[in-house]
Design a protein around this ligand. Structure first.
Ligand code: ZN
Length: 831
C-alpha cells in the first residue's frame, strides 16, 4: 500500500501528520509490539454476501475452516468490528449445529463443539451484518467497506462499492483473525444488480442470473493469502482487457476513461515480464486486475490480483502527455504481488519486508524502462523526503514500539527503506542481490517472514555476514552526517582526506570518492569505519581540483559540501552519475553571478536527462543581463521544441520572469496546448505580463478536468480576478484554508480570500461544493481537535458573511437561504 498522502476526498492538500503535533509519548510505559500469537490456523474462507444500498451495510454468511495452530483448543477467537452477529454454528457436511458464542468489544469468541487438535479441521458458520459506519463510530480508523453513492443521490459520483483491508479492517466486512500472519484460501459469492460488474481476488468461476435483475458472481482464490489482502469491488466500470503470457490482465476504469485505459495502465504486462525475470520467480497468481475507487483516502492497495488505486490514477491526454504520474504506483502495487502478497510481513513491525521492497521496485522499473538517470532521480527525491523529515531520524526501520500500526507506513519504511535496499544491492553486487531476493521468495512463498529472513537469504546467497548492515540500518535509526576536509602533501604528492561523522552514533559503510586530478576524476572505493574520524590518503600529481564524496550517490547521508562554482562546473562536466550533475547544478544556485555558474547552466540546458534541464530552467534568472545574453535564445527554443512538454513548461516559466512582452505570442500559443503543464504555465506567464488578458483565458479552461497541480496554479488567478464561473472548481482548496495556511502561508492566504469571496456572494454551486467536501472529510477532521476547531470557526465566520450578504441582497433570498441551510447543516455535523 502507499499511504504517503492521506488525501481527503478531492482535498488537494494532504494533512500529513506533521501539520499537527505528534502524539505525546513521554512518560508512557515502553511498548513492545510482538508478532501476534497464532492459536488458530485459518485454512479457508467462504463468503456469501449481498448489500443494503440504503443503509450502507452488507449481509453476510461465512463458512470459516480452521484448526488449532499447535496447542489443542475448544474455542475460536475472531475479530469482528461493528457487526451484528445473527447465528453461529458448526457446519459438518452441510448440517449446522448451533454453537455458543460471546460477542463483545469487537471480538467474537466461539465455543467449539469439542476440543480440536492441530491439523484437525473444523468449519464454523456465521451469519452476520457488516456495518462500516458503526465500526467507524466505535473508533476504527477506517471503514474497511466503502459505499460510494449507493443511495443514488449524488450526481457527481458513480455508484461503487469497494473494500480496503490494510491494516486490520477486513474484520469490518467478515469475521476473521485480522492479522497479517494469517493466510487462507477464499471464495466469495457476491449478489449484485445485474447491471454492475464485480471484482474480487482470484478468478471468476461462474456467474448466475437471479430474480429481480440480480446476478451472483462466484470468485475463487485457491492460493493462500493474508486476510488484509481480501478484496471486493462492485460498480459501473468498463473492463479493458490485456494479457501477460497466458495470464489475463484487466483494467477496471470509470467509463469516460475507457479510451485512455491502455495509456494509463498499458505498461503492466511489460512490468510483469520484467519483474518475473528480475526476481527469478514468475508472477504467481491467476490474473491481475486493477481498479480505482472514488474518494479513496489512500494512494493504492495491493489486494492480491485486484489492486485498488485512488481515482487519481485516471488521467486524460493533457496529463498523460506530460507524464503518467501514476506509473510508479502501478509498478509498486504490482511488485507487492511478490513482496507483500506471496511473502507477507509477519507483523506490522516488520512492514519493511513489504514496503521497502515495493518502494525499491519503483527504482528498478525506472532503471529498466527509462534509464539510470531517471532511477537515480527517483532515489534522490525519495531519500530526500526522509532526510528532510527530521522527526524520522530516530525511527528504526524495524520498529516494535509504534502507537498504531498505521504509524509504520511512513518515509522510513518506504523511502528510506528503498534507499537501504539500494545500498545493500551496491554492497552485494547485482547477481548476489537478485539471487538473494529469489531465495527469499522461494523459501517463504505463501508464508510470512520478517527482516531477519531477508538477511538470511542474502547471507545464504552471497556467503557474506550481514548482521552489521541489518543492525545498523534495519534495527537502528538515523544516517551518517559527513563533514570532510583535505590537505595536499607536495613532497609525497599525496592528498589526505579526513572524514568526520557528526551524528551521535558512528556508522560503517563503503564510500565512493572521486579525486579530481588535472580536471579528471579518479574513483576510489573506501571503507569508512564506525569511528568519529576516518582518514584516507590518495596519490595525486598536484593539489586536487576537487574531492567529491559519496560520488556514486548510493550512501544515505547528509554531507556538508563547500564547492566553488568552478568546482561545481568541473563536477558537472566530468560526471556520468545523475546525482553528481544534479548536485553540482544546485550547488551554484547562490552564485549565479559567477561566469562558471552561467557556463554550468548552459551545459545543463543541453543535458540529455530532462529533469536536469528542468532544474536548470528553475535556477536560471533571465532578468539578469549576463544570463539573458548567454541563455535566453536557448530557453526560447526549449519552450517551443523540447521533446518533453514538462521542459517546455519550465522554459515558459523561466521566460515569464523577464516580464518581456515579446514572449506574449509564445505564451498565447502555449495556452492552447494539450499539455496541462504547458497550458497552465503559459496562463501564469500571461498573468505576469498582461493580467488583463488572464480572465478571458482562465474562463477558456475546463477546470473540471484540471489536474491538482494545475488547480493549485490557477486558483490564485481565479481568486484575484474574481472569476465567479470557476469558483466551484476550487472548493477543494478553499474549504481547508486554515490548514493550508499552516503548510503554505501564501497559498493559504489566497485560499482564505477564495473562501470569503464565495461566502460574500450568491454562488450555490461553490457554497455546496465546500459543504460537500467538508462532509466527506468529516471523519478525518474530527479525529484532530485542532483541525475541527479551525474548520468550525471558519464555517461560523462564513455563515455570518453569507447572512450579511443576504441582508444586502434580499431579492436573492431563495438561493441564499439554501446556501445558509447547507452551512448550518455542516456546522451541525462538525459539532
Ligand atoms: Zn506499498
Amino acid at each position: 500500500m502507499k499511504k504517503i498522502m492521506l488525501s481527503i476526498g478531492v482535498l488537494v492538500f494532504s494533512l500529513s501528520a506533521n501539520v499537527f503535533a505528534q502524539t505525546e509519548t513521554s512518560g508512557r510505559e515502553k511498548i513492545y509490539r510482538a508478532t501476534p500469537t497464532k492459536w488458530t490456523e485459518l485454512k479457508h474462507t467462504k463468503l456469501k454476501v449481498n448489500f443494503d444500498y440504503q443503509k450502507e451495510q452488507m449481509n453476510g454468511e461465512e463458512w470459516l475452516t480452521a484448526s488449532p495452530y499447535f496447542y489443542p483448543s475448544d474455542s475460536l477467537v475472531l475479530d469482528a468490528k461493528g457487526m451484528l452477529i445473527h447465528e453461529v454454528a458448526i457446519d459438518k457436511e452441510g448440517i449446522k449445529t448451533p454453537l455458543k458464542y460471546n460477542y463483545k468489544g469487537n471480538i467474537l469468541t466461539i465455543n467449539l463443539d469439542k476440543t480440536y487438535n492441530r491439523n484437525q479441521d473444523y468449519t464454523v458458520y456465521i451469519k452476520y451484518t457488516s456495518r462500516p459506519d458503526v465500526a467507524e463510530k466505535q473508533g476504527s480508523l477506517a471503514k474497511g467497506l466503502y459505499f460510494i453513492n449507493s443511495k443514488d443521490n449524488d450526481k457527481d459520483h458513480p455508484f461503487q462499492i469497494w473494500t480496503d483491508g490494510e491494516t486490520e479492517y477486513s474484520s469490518i466486512w467478515f469475521p476473521t483473525i485480522d492479522k497479517p500472519n494469517q493466510k487462507t484460501t477464499q471464495e466469495i459469492y457476491m449478489t449484485v444488480p445485474d447491471k454492475y460488474i464485480t471484482l474480487s481476488n482470484g478468478v471468476l468461476k461462474e456467474s448466475s442470473k437471479e430474480s429481480g435483475n440480480m446476478r451472483t458472481d462466484h470468485w475463487v482464490m485457491n492460493k493462500r493469502h493474508s486476510t488484509y489482502l481480501f478484496f471486493m469491488g462492485v460498480g459501473d466500470y468498463s473492463v479493458v482487457k490485456d494479457k501477460w503470457r497466458n495470464i489475463p490482465v484487466e483494467y477496471y476504469v470509470e467509463k469516460e476513461y475507457e479510451p485512455y485505459a491502455k495509456q494509463i495502465y498499458g505498461n503492466t504486462p511489460e512490468m510483469m515480464e520484467f519483474f518475473s525475470k528480475k526476481l527469478g520467480y514468475d508472477y504467481p497468481w491467476a490474473k491481475y486486475a486493477q481498479i480505482s475507487g472514488r474518494d479513496y483516502r489512500s494512494v493504492a492497495m495491493e489486494n492480491t490480483t485486484a489492486t485498488l488505486h485512488s481515482s487519481e490514477v485516471l488521467q486524460k491526454p493533457g496529463q498523460l502527455i506530460d507524464e503518467n504520474k501514476w506509473e510508479e504506483y502501478i509498478a509498486h502495487e504490482l511488485f507487492h504481488h511478490w513482496f507483500g502478497d506471496l511473502v507477507t510481513t509477519e507483523s506490522w513491525s516488520n512492514l519493511t519486508v513489504n514496503e521497502s521492497f515495493a518502494n525499491y521496485s519503483e527504482y528498478l522499473w525506472n532503471e529498466y524502462k527509462y534509464g539510470k538517470d531517471q532511477a537515480d532521480y527517483h532515489l534522490m527525491t525519495n531519500v530526500g523526503r526522509y532526510i528532510s523529515s527530521h522527526s524520522d531520524f530516530n525511527k528504526n526501520l524495524v520498529r516494535f514500539d509504534y502507537d498504531s500500526p498505521e504509524d509504520v507506513f511512513d518515509v522510513v519504511s518506504y523511502q528510506k527503506g528503498g534507499g537501504i535496499l539500494h545500498m545493500l544491492r551496491n554492497y552485494l553486487g547485482d547477481d548476489a542481490f537478485f539471487s538473494g531476493m529469489t531465495d527469499y521468495l522461494k523459501t517463504y512463498e505463501y508464508q510470512n517472514a520478517e527482516a531477519q529472513q531477508v538477511r538470511l537469504s542474502f547471507e545464504k546467497t552471497s556467503g557474506k555476514d550481514l548482521n552489521w548492515f541489518f543492525n545498523q540500518w534495519y534495527y537502528g535509526s538515523g544516517n551518517p552526517k559527513l563533514e570532510y576536509s583535505y590537505t595536499f602533501e607536495p613532497v609525497k604528492k599525496q592528498v589526505e582526506l579526513v572524514i568526520n561523522q557528526s551524528q551521535e552514533k558512528p556508522f560503517e559503510f563503503p564510500l565512493a570518492i572521486d579525486v579530481f586530478d588535472n580536471g579528471k576524476p579518479k574513483r576510489y572505493n573506501v571503507w569508512v569505519d564506525a569511528r568519529k574520524t576516518n582518514t584516507f590518503t590518495f596519490n595525486v600529481s598536484k593539489n586536487p581540483d576537487l574531492i567529491n564524496i559519496n560520488a556514486d550517490g548510493v550512501l544515505i547521508s547528509e554531507n556538508v559540501d563547500k564547492k566553488t562554482p568552478g568546482q561545481n562546473l568541473m563536477q558537472f562536466t566530468n560526471s556520468k552519475e545523475f546525482a553528481n550533475r544534479y548536485k553540482a547544478l544546485v550547488g551554484i544556485k547562490d552564485n549565479l553571478g559567477d561566469p562558471a555558474a552561467v557556463k554550468l547552466i548552459s551545459a545543463a540546458l543541453k543535458d540529455p536527462f530532462f529533469r536536469i534541464r528542468i532544474k536548470a530552467l528553475e535556477i536560471l534568472n533571465l532578468s539578469n543581463a549576463d544570463q539573458e545574453k548567454a541563455l535566453a535564445s536557448d530557453v526560447e527554443k526549449m519552450a517551443i521544441n523540447d521533446p518533453k512538454t514538462l521542459v517546455q513548461a519550465a522554459a515558459i516559466s523561466a521566460l515569464a520572469k523577464t516580464k518581456n512582452k515579446k514572449y506574449l505570442p509564445l505564451f498565447e500559443k502555449g495556452s492552447d496546448a494539450i499539455s496541462n503543464a504547458v497550458k497552465s504555465n503559459s496562463l501564469m506567464a500571461i498573468m505576469e505580463i498582461k493580467p488583463s488578458m488572464a480572465e478571458s483565458l482562465v474562463n477558456k479552461i475546463d477546470l473540471s478536468e484540471a489536474s491538482k497541480n494545475m488547480l493549485i496554479k490557477m486558483f490564485p488567478i481565479i481568486v484575484r480576478n474574481k472569476v465567479t464561473s470557476q469558483l466551484q472548481y476550487i472548493t477543494s482548496i478553499v474549504a481547508f484554508y486554515p490548514l493550508i495556511k499552516l503548510q503554505d502561508p501564501e497559498l493559504g492566504k489566497s485560499a482564505e480570500e477564495g473562501f470569503n469571496l464565495i461566502m460574500s456572494s450568491d454562488n450555490t454551486l461553490a457554497t455546496e461544493g465546500i459543504t460537500k467536501i467538508l462532509s466527506q472529510a468529516k471523519t478525518e477532521m474530527l479525529k484532530d481537535k485542532d483541525a475541527k476547531k479551525m474548520i468550525t470557526q471558519m464555517l461560523q465566520e462564513g455563515l455570518e458573511k453569507k447572512k450579511d450578504f443576504l441582508k444586502q441582497n434580499p431579492q436573492k433570498a431563495e438561493s441564499l437561504n439554501k446556501q445558509i441551510a447547507a452551512l448550518n447543516k455542516i456546522i451541525e455535523e462538525y459539532k
